[in-house]
Every structure is written in structure tokens, then in C-alpha cells.
Ligand binder design. Structure first.
Ligand code: PEP
Ligand code: MN
Length: 346
């Protein structure tokens, strides 16, 4: 059983819940998060039965109690009649809307980031992506501008009004990244970096959790559970392609993941066709496939001059291709009953 305390619950409320768990023979595991406290209860079926019957859900400060059979409790779709909408700087990501996120793979210069953000905005994107800390296969490759990159992102947010999504790679950088970002991205290579997951779980910012290169749905959702267990349920799952046997494409976008994971979890699911394909010509078609499969949003790389990009230039869209994607974002989601924030360039 999992007990989610209301954000306004105080220490006395939490102590009373722990006391009641103890009285009925259960063991309480308390995670005090910035946003809310979560209490996991371990006990036999009998213990959980008597605890439920004791009306623990009625105690002051208890928001929700859940008996969940899935191994991931807080992110499971069980006990949720509707999927959740997450807000990032006021921008919704969830079942009723469709969210376009665009920006450069890496922040390179203030001008390049601003130009990319303007292309994103022109195409109707409502969130800006951009990496200041880059996870690179080679230690000799450009590693990102670090804090200078974060400052550029914050300046561009001020200029364009687009809230910022950016990756954090190390638990020791979480506080710094939080000073500048609106949403923290966990990259594919860090999906099972449990210390980092716990750190972002306690950071008080929405998190985008990318699927690991070879992660099963359950492993992905268990990673999300690490974040949730620290009191942060503002998580968006991002399918970004998995390793396959085919060398012609970088990764294989798993379109099935959208429906499968949406059925298993109440969290929003978006797709990143750029990091799946690794090549520009496939990005818009794959994005369309993701939208049609019911994704809650799409995240793509765009660059004002992809041929000069320091990272992932081959997959970065030119502004015109992003406008083509905007057409799909404006037309397909409404067919599926979603409101699209996209507005085409005039
Ligand atoms: C990225 O989005 O910039 C990125 C590095 O993605 P991934 O972790 O999916 O490779
Ligand atoms: Mn990239």
C-alpha cells in the first residue's frame, strides 16, 4: 500500500499515519519530498486489509491511499481514472492537449540558441529544449557549455517566453540546473542512475525521463517510480528509440511504447523522433507516427544551420521542416480529440 500525503499535511499528520500503520503491524517507509510526503507500507495481506478497514484514508492530511499490484505503485495507471496532465511553466502536457517541444540538441552560442528558439516558436512549440550538459559517447567530443549554457537558455526563455527543458547528468548539478530550468531531463544513458533519479525527485521541478537504450517498459516505469517516491509526480516519459539490429538508423522508435505505457501508467508519454532516427529525413514522418499513435507531445531537434551544429547536426531539422511538422501538429491531434497549442506561421 502507498499513502500519499496532501501537500499541506504537517508533521503531526504524518506521525499519526505512521502510528496507525504500526498499530496494525505494518512497516512504514517515509519519503519526505519537497512537494509531498509519500508513505509506503509493507505488511502481509492481513495487515493491509485491517489497515484499509481502519479508515487510514480518512486521517487528517491523507490525500490518497492505494493498493496497487503493479511493482511500480505511484506511477501505475491503477487507481487513476484519468491520465495526468503535468504543467511546465504553465504549459500542459497530458491527454487533452498536444505539446510540441523543439530546440537545438546543444546550446552553442546565444545567437544560435535564440534563432533555434524563434524557429521553434514560429512552428508553435510551447517549450524549448537545449542541452548545456551533453552526454557524449566520446570524451573528446563537445561536452556542452555547462553553466554558461544554462544562462543562455534562461536568457532565451526571457526573450521568447518559452519555458526550458534541459538535461542534468550528475546529481551534484541538480541544484544549479534547477536555478535556470523549468523541466529537468534525464537522458537515456542515465535512466537507471538511481542516485540521480532520487536527486531530481527531490528537486521540486517537473522531470522528463527518457527511456533507456535497452530498457523494458517495466524498467522505465520503475525508474519513474524512483522519482515519484521522492514526492515528485510531475514526470513525463519520453520514448526516444531503442537499440535494434539495424545499423542504418541510429535507434528504432518504438511506437508501441506510447499505447503500452499509457495503459500501464497515468503519466504523459511523448516521443523524440530526432534521437531515434539520427537522420533528418525520418524525423517528420516518425513524429507523425508518434502523434497518430496517441503521444501527448513530440520533442525534436531544430538548428538554424544544422550543417554547422556541434552535436547531432544530421538529425536537426531546418526551420522549414519544423514548419512541416507544425502542420501535422495542427491537424492530427484534433482528429484524436486533443487541443493543439500549435499556431502556424502567418
Ligand atoms: C538529448 O535529448 O539531447 C539526448 C542526449 O537524448 P538521449 O538521452 O535520448 O540520447
Ligand atoms: Mn542530441
Amino acid at each position: 500500500m502507498v499513502i500519499v500525503m496532501a501537500p499541506e499535511a504537517n508533521d503531526d499528520d504524518i506521525t499519526a499515519v505512521i502510528g496507525q500503520i504500526g498499530v496494525h503491524g505494518g512497516q512504514a517507509f517515509v519519503s519526505r519530498g519537497v512537494m509531498r510526503t509519500i508513505i509506503g507500507v509493507v505488511g502481509t495481506e492481513d495487515v493491509l486489509e485491517t489497515l484499509s478497514a481502519s479508515n487510514i484514508a480518512g486521517l487528517t492530511g491523507v490525500a490518497e491511499t492505494m493498493r496497487i499490484t503493479a511493482p511500480y505503485k505511484l506511477v501505475s495507471a491503477q487507481n487513476h481514472s484519468r491520465r495526468t496532465t503535468i504543467r511546465v511553466g504553465g504549459v500542459p502536457i497530458g491527454p487533452d492537449t498536444f505539446t510540441l517541444i523543439a530546440g537545438p540538441c546543444a546550446v552553442e552560442t546565444p545567437a544560435q540558441t535564440l534563432e533555434a528558439a524563434q524557429l521553434a516558436k514560429r512552428a508553435g512549440a510551447t517549450l524549448l529544449r537545449g542541452g548545456a550538459y551533453k552526454p557524449r559517447t566520446s570524451p573528446y567530443a563537445f561536452q556542452g557549455l555547462g553553466v554558461d549554457g544554462l544562462r543562455i537558455l534562461a536568457d532565451v526563455r526571457n526573450e521568447t517566453g518559452l519555458p526550458v527543458v534541459t538535461e542534468v547528468m550528475d546529481a551534484s548539478d541538480v541544484d544549479t540546473v534547477c536555478e535556470y530550468a523549468d523541466m529537468l531531463q534525464i537522458g537515456t544513458r542515465n535512466m537507471q542512475n538511481f542516485g540521480l533519479l532520487q536527486a531530481v525527485g527531490g528537486a521540486g521541478k517537473p522531470v522528463m525521463l527518457k527511456r533507456g537504450l535497452t530498457a523494458t517498459y517495466e524498467e522505465w516505469l520503475m525508474a519513474a517510480e524512483y522519482i515519484a517516491q521522492r514526492g515528485n509526480l510531475d514526470i513525463v516519459l519520453c520514448e526516444r528509440g531503442v537499440r535494434s539490429f539495424e545499423p542504418a538508423i541510429r535507434n528504432m522508435l518504438d511506437v508501441s511504447a506510447v499505447g503500452m505505457v499509457q495503459a500501464q501508467s497515468h503519466l504523459p508519454v511523448i516521443v523524440d523522433p530526432s534521437h531515434a532516427a539520427g537522420r533528418r529525413d525520418l524525423v517528420v514522418p516518425l513524429a507523425r507516427a508518434g502523434i497518430a499513435a496517441g503521444a501527448d507531445g513530440v520533442m525534436v531537434d531544430v538548428h538554424p544551420r544544422p550543417e554547422t551544429a556541434l552535436v547531432d547536426g544530421a538529425q536537426a531539422l531546418f526551420g522549414e521542416s519544423l514548419d512541416e511538422l507544425a502542420q501535422a501538429v495542427a491537424t492530427i491531434p484534433p482528429l484524436l480529440g486533443r487541443t493543439s497549442a500549435a499556431h502556424l506561421a502567418g
